[in-house]
Design a protein around this ligand. Structure first.
Ligand code: HPA
Length: 278
């Protein structure tokens, strides 16, 4: 993060703490495609449009409202990002992860990240949910890493470990809740590609050979920055479509949105079930 970003972060912190008043959010949640309605369930809520927060950029993607919403749910204080920005929209990695840096600055300890993803594991069906056990960050490995540049040692180490990025205790909580609620739930490896194009069949074969269960265009930059700053991370993907290397059927955004929206209530009930235990 460079100096102008740190000064923006300071301004964002001031602007948001002023408007949050007495609220002290503990848990951050990034609401991906189809999940935005969770923010409507927050009580005593205050909503801050991204356009009013220094350093925030708006999402240009249908299905992503652009508001930061603080409020209570299941007895916990949440800070929800109703809509996220993606690297493929043309934003820099620093812009993509700016809200997570702010969450850390606000003292949040836990981050729940959600997304829509294409299923590569042949056992996954559209509408299933997947707890992220691990990730492959191809853009980051190729240089587009949000931690590139000067390191703020007060936030985290220069060379942060990622082996325990997704703590198994959090995954265990979700797995148990899914069983109780009779929700189809898997645990698997998420791969972030830049997008915005969907994968070719050769890419699908490559990803599967690399052990990838689900692929999407977001989430990992946020996770890397959260783990660097010492937050506990829980990631959940909605499998919105199946990627099959042996067919010519194309994935499409309308399907991603529709299935994401249908699965929304299941993901919301899952998140609500585990909140008191976080
Ligand atoms: N590929 C990449 N990203 C996605 C997909 C997909 O099939 N579905 C939802 N996000």
């Amino acid at each position: 993060m460079n100096e102008s970003d740190s000064s923006l972060l300071e301004q964002a912190h001031q602007s948001v703490t002023q408007r949050l008043g007495e609220r002290r959010p503990e848990i951050g949640i990034v609401l991906g495609s189809g999940l935005g309605s969770l923010a409507e369930e927050l009580t005593e809520a205050v909503a801050l449009p991204y356009a009013t927060i220094p350093g925030f950029v708006g999402s240009t993607v249908p299905g992503h409202a652009g508001r930061l919403v603080a409020g209570r749910l299941e007895g916990r204080e949440l800070l929800a990002m109703q809509g996220r920005v993606h690297y493929y929209e043309g934003h820099s990695m620093d812009q993509v992860v700016f809200p997570i840096r702010l969450m850390h600055r606000l003292g949040l300890k836990t981050l729940i990240v959600t997304n829509a993803a294409g299923g590569l594991n042949p056992e996954y069906r559209p509408g299933d949910l997947m707890g992220i056990t691990d990730h492959i960050f191809l853009p980051g490995m190729a240089g587009a890493n949000p931690l590139r540049g000067p390191n703020d040692d007060t936030v985290g180490p220069r060379f942060p470990g990622m082996v325990n990025a997704y703590p198994t205790e959090l995954l265990g909580l979700v797995q148990a809740a899914a069983l109780k609620l009779d929700i189809r739930f898997h645990q698997g490896v998420y791969m972030m590609l830049t997008g915005p194009n969907f994968e070719t069949r050769a890419e699908m074969r490559m990803l599967r050979a690399w052990g990838v269960d689900a692929v999407g265009m977001s989430t990992v930059p946020e996770v890397i920055v959260a783990v660097h700053a010492g937050l506990r991370v829980l990631g959940i993907s909605t499998i919105t479509n199946s990627l099959k290397p042996d067919t010519t059927a194309e994935a499409n955004h309308a399907e991603v949105l529709e299935v994401g929206q249908q699965a929304g209530p299941r993901l919301i009930s899952l998140v609500k079930a585990i909140l008191p235990q976080l």
